[in-house]
Write a protein of this length. Structure first.
Length: 306
């Protein structure tokens, strides 16, 4: 649950500051805090089932761990400085006192094996989420000294106990300070062009007919033309390279923004239009003679230099 006052970054949102959130990027967060843009996706069936299962998972936690579990009543949002959280529950240990308890539902073993390393470690975004909940601590502002991630996996329950990571706590605080400073100073970060950004890019930058972005003489123009050539290559091999093409599509939409046409070196062009439903359509032109064929690797920072 995000902070309704927008005064803090929630434990779920903070992962975006480290580039590991599956839901947000730093650019998306900036749009939310600076411009009040709604960046939350509608709840899907798995999210709905996760909420339905949460009371049962918490009940099983108390039974398995032989500890008192106090579910969060009323979605209470807690704050500490520029960081905040809504915990699933507080867990009480006679020796260590209260700790943070976060529940997750994993509905298939493929996700369990890939994202959770088969039970060896939780995903980084969940680790960051729990660490922030521990840092925010109790209502008096005292951090928790321990926490647990409880994962329900296709009918089985697994537990990951965590101790504080002081270096991460310091880094989270620093990142939050830097982020809110960028909001205060209206310093908008560049979009990354990731697939999760595409719906928001479509909403914020509908194509303006007649707008042309001329990058033929840009310092990084040739690298951007390479990006277009890679997109064309992967689209031509749609079955084998569909995912790669979609990732590149997001980067090109982030590059074009509201421009109808982007001009690049070697005669490479990108043309955009926006449908009545707000979906960005895109076509690319790469001349056969252009010296920008697909490469083995692309510089991941080429979008930053725009």
């Amino acid at each position: 649950m995000p902070d309704p006052t927008k005064a803090t970054i929630s434990a779920t949102q903070t992962a975006a500051l480290f580039g590991v959130s599956p839901y947000y990027t730093r650019w998306m967060l900036w749009q939310h805090f600076a411009n009040g843009v709604d960046i939350d996706s509608p709840a899907d069936e798995r999210m709905n089932w996760g909420k339905k299962l949460q009371p049962l998972v918490l009940e099983q936690c108390a039974e398995d761990l032989k500890l008192e579990v106090q579910p969060n009543a009323g979605d209470d949002y807690m704050r500490r400085g520029l960081l905040g959280c809504t915990r699933d529950a507080q867990i009480i240990c006679p020796d260590r006192g209260p700790g943070a308890l976060e529940t997750k539902c994993v509905f298939d073993y493929r996700t369990w094996m890939s994202d959770w390393q088969g039970g060896k470690a939780p995903p980084r975004q969940h680790e960051i989420q729990l660490q922030q909940q521990m840092l925010v601590g109790d209502p008096d502002g005292k951090p928790y000294t321990w926490g647990v991630i409880a994962a329900w996996v296709a009918g089985e329950q697994h537990y990951f106990e965590r101790a504080p990571l002081p270096d991460l706590w310091e880094k989270m605080t620093d990142e939050a300070d830097a982020f809110f400073l960028s909001v205060k100073e209206s310093k908008e970060p560049d979009p990354f062009g990731l697939p999760i950004e595409v719906p928001l890019l479509n909403r914020l930058f509908p194509t303006v007919v007649g707008n042309v972005l001329d990058l033929t003489d840009a310092i990084n123009g040739h690298s951007l033309a390479e990006l277009v050539a890679m997109f064309k290559f992967h689209k031509a091999e749609a079955t084998a390279h569909g995912n790669a093409a979609e990732k590149l599509r997001g980067q090109l939409i982030a590059l074009a923004k509201d421009n109808e046409e982007v001009l690049l070196p070697e005669g490479v062009k990108v043309k955009c239009s926006t449908s009545k439903t707000g979906v960005k359509r895109m076509s690319v032109y790469v001349p056969d003679f252009a010296d920008v064929g697909p490469r083995e690797t692309l510089n991941p920072d080429i979008m930053r230099a725009c």
